[in-house]
Design a protein around this ligand. Structure first.
Ligand SMILES: C[S@@+](CC[C@H](N)C(=O)[O-])C[C@H]1O[C@@H](n2cnc3c(N)ncnc32)[C@H](O)[C@@H]1O
Length: 247
């Protein structure tokens, strides 16, 4: 699907550039993320994915350190993770060492798997970082069997600070630091996160069907499931996607 993308940038967020979009986590970010955010995030994401996913062979795109995958794999599922950050892939593989689940360094825009290799594919809180989310979603669809599920969950770009603070309250941060974290996140990750409408639009543009988008109650997250349609020829699918990708 589409041309092979350039490698994702690997930099700590630069306030002068003003953007967190389209890049993988640096080792330092990954360390902070794993200690402070990932456990609380898994508490939201894992129950939803457990209800929403079907099948045994799963792909986790933007898998991070593998906390989510490890929780899902204990239910008798095999998870393959991909992440652009090598430090997170190493962390994933340490965590998953007792299971058959494994991760590799790869870009969401060019997944190194054949068509229909997985029963289902999911992504947790990575889509907002993708340079061309339609292409990445189309890649998830390509490597998932026809009729398989695609599940995507991310921060809700329409969340206000009060709603985000409900999530931040579960992160192990002292009061003043937590307030700073909320303010920082509102300006950075929430600002680039999709709304429910945008997520539906992206999944539709990627050629997915039976799209259902929900907000997770009072949580500052939006979650979507969709179904991979019966196969079309690859060139027929790729052509319209290229024109939507830049929107
Ligand atoms: C907020 S973390 C989410 C990690 C994990 N899914 C979780 O729920 O804890 C986003 C992850 O997406 C990865 N990422 C960003 N852009 C990517 C890309 N183009 N391809 C693969 N991974 C990417 C980052 O390196 C990072 O590990």
């Amino acid at each position: 699907v589409g041309p092979t993308p350039r490698r994702s940038r690997r930099t700590i967020w630069n306030p002068w550039r003003g953007s967190l979009a389209a890049r993988s986590f640096s080792p330092l970010e990954a360390l902070a993320y794993e200690a402070l955010v990932a456990p609380a995030l898994a508490g939201v994401v894992v129950p939803w994915l457990t209800r929403s996913l079907e099948g045994r062979e799963l792909l986790d795109v933007g898998c991070g350190g593998g906390r989510v995958a490890r929780a899902l794999a204990t239910e008798g599922r095999h998870v393959v993770g991909v992440d652009a950050a090598a430090s997170q892939v190493r962390r994933f593989n340490l965590r998953a060492s007792a299971t058959r689940s494994r991760a590799l360094v790869a870009d969401a825009h060019a997944l190194p798997f054949p068509e229909g290799a997985f029963d289902a594919a999911y992504s947790s809180c990575a889509l907002k970082h993708w340079r061309e989310p339609v292409l990445a979603l189309a890649e998830m669809a390509r490597v998932t069997r026809a009729g398989g599920r695609i599940c995507v969950i991310d921060l809700d770009g329409r969340s206000d600070a009060r709603r985000f603070a409900r999530f931040a309250a579960r992160c192990p941060l002292p009061g003043p630091l937590r307030r700073a974290y909320v303010a920082y996140s509102m300006r950075t990750v929430v600002a680039i996160a999709p709304s429910a409408e945008r997520l539906r639009e992206l999944l539709g543009a990627a050629g997915l069907e039976e799209i259902e988008v929900t907000s997770l109650g009072e949580e500052p997250f939006v979650a979507a499931t969709a179904t991979v349609p019966a196969r079309q020829s690859a060139p027929a699918l790729a052509q319209p996607l290229r024109s939507v990708a830049g929107t």
